[in-house]
Structures are given as structure tokens and as C-alpha cells.
Design a protein around this ligand. Structure first.
Ligand code: S3P
Length: 184
């Protein structure tokens, strides 16, 4: 897959999926391998607020954080060729959907609850997982979110047992297939 193809993308790659699905890992690989600019939504919001995500949740509450996600998505509307790594809750809010799809190809990364737990078990920065860091808690939240995730996605990629290179190769191939469908 060439860097030229990537540089020609007329839209953003919008990564969605549950916590621990691999959005940040995939973003950083796409940055290193293809030189794509990455927007980590959580990082950007934390930087703007001068606080960590747990501090924002604790001091201002979840609705405030969700509004900040929508504000940031709006700000990114005019850009292209970015990898936008969304927080796991972004796809759950109806008004975010057109903001993600208008100028983006939405890529859903999936993982089983077992894989998610393995990837997040040491992490203390995800308030939503507080008291839920077990297979049952993760399964319930994942099932609650699954339909919304799937209905927003243009492309879906399972990440279980795959290396980041395998995931990104698959992603780039799918993007190129979509591109060719539209340009033949
Ligand atoms: C959240 C996921 C987190 C972060 C916040 C809420 C969620 O991002 O935005 O803790 O509701 O799923 P990651 O998916 O990058 O962990």
C-alpha cells in the first residue's frame, strides 16, 4: 500500500469502537507507517481542559465531557486526511453521527470482552470501566453499545489475535477497495 494512495484520501479515517479495541494503537501505526496526522480525541480534550479524562469526569461530569467530544468533532469537520481516534462513547451520541460520516470513513474496530479485558486491565484512566473491569461488566456494556457502533460503521475489522500490522494492512486494503469501487 502506497503512501501516495493515503495522501490522496479526500476524507478522514474515523476510528470507533469499545475501549481497548485498538484505536490508539492503530492510529499510531498509521502515523508511523503512512505519515498520517492523528487526532486522539481524548488527548485533545484533556489538553484543552488542562485536566486528565478522569478529572474531567469527576469535576464536571460525563455530560460535559460528551459535549466536549461533539464540539471537537465539529471543529474537525473542515479537515481531511486525518486519522481521528474517537473515544469509545463518541459513536453513541446521535448528533455525532453526521459529524463523523460527512467527511469521514468510519472504521469500527471490534474485540471480544476477553481481549478488551486483557488490554485494559492495568489501566486506571477510564472512568466508564470503574466497577466493570470484568468479563460480565464489559460484555454488558459492549452489548448495549454494539448496535450503535455497527450502524455507524462503513467498515468493520475484528482485531482479536491480530498484530497491529495485520489490522492496518486489512484496513488499508478495505479503504482501497472502497476507493476503487467508486472510481472504476
Ligand atoms: C469512553 C472511552 C474512553 C474515553 C472516556 C469514555 C467510553 O476512550 O473517551 O473514558 O465511554 O467508552 P477510549 O475508547 O480511547 O478508551
Amino acid at each position: 500500500m502506497s503512501r501516495e494512495f493515503v495522501a490522496d484520501l479526500e476524507y478522514n479515517i474515523v476510528l470507533i469502537g469499545f475501549m481497548g479495541a485498538g484505536k490508539s494503537t492503530v492510529s499510531s501505526y498509521l502515523n508511523k507507517t503512512y505519515g498520517m496526522e492523528v487526532v486522539e480525541m481524548d488527548e485533545m480534550i484533556a489538553r484543552k481542559e488542562g485536566k486528565s479524562i478522569p478529572e474531567i469526569f469527576e469535576q464536571f461530569g460525563e455530560p460535559y465531557f460528551r459535549n466536549q467530544e461533539t464540539v471537537l468533532l465539529r471543529e474537525l469537520q473542515s479537515q481531511k486526511n486525518l486519522v481521528i481516534s474517537c473515544g469509545g462513547g463518541v459513536a453513541m451520541r446521535k448528533e455525532n453521527v453526521p459529524l463523523m460520516k460527512q467527511n469521514g470513513c468510519v472504521v469500527l474496530l471490534t474485540a471480544t470482552p476477553e481481549t478488551v479485558l486483557e488490554r485494559v486491565k492495568e489501566d486506571e484512566n477510564r472512568p466508564i470501566l470503574q466497577g466493570r473491569k470484568n468479563i460480565q461488566g464489559i460484555t454488558e456494556l459492549l452489548e448495549h453499545r454494539r448496535e450503535s457502533y455497527e450502524s455507524v460503521a462503513d467498515i468493520q475489522i475484528a482485531t482479536d489475535g491480530k498484530s497491529v500490522k495485520e489490522i492496518c494492512d486489512e484496513l488499508m486494503k478495505r479503504l482501497q477497495d472502497e476507493w476503487e469501487k467508486k472510481h472504476v
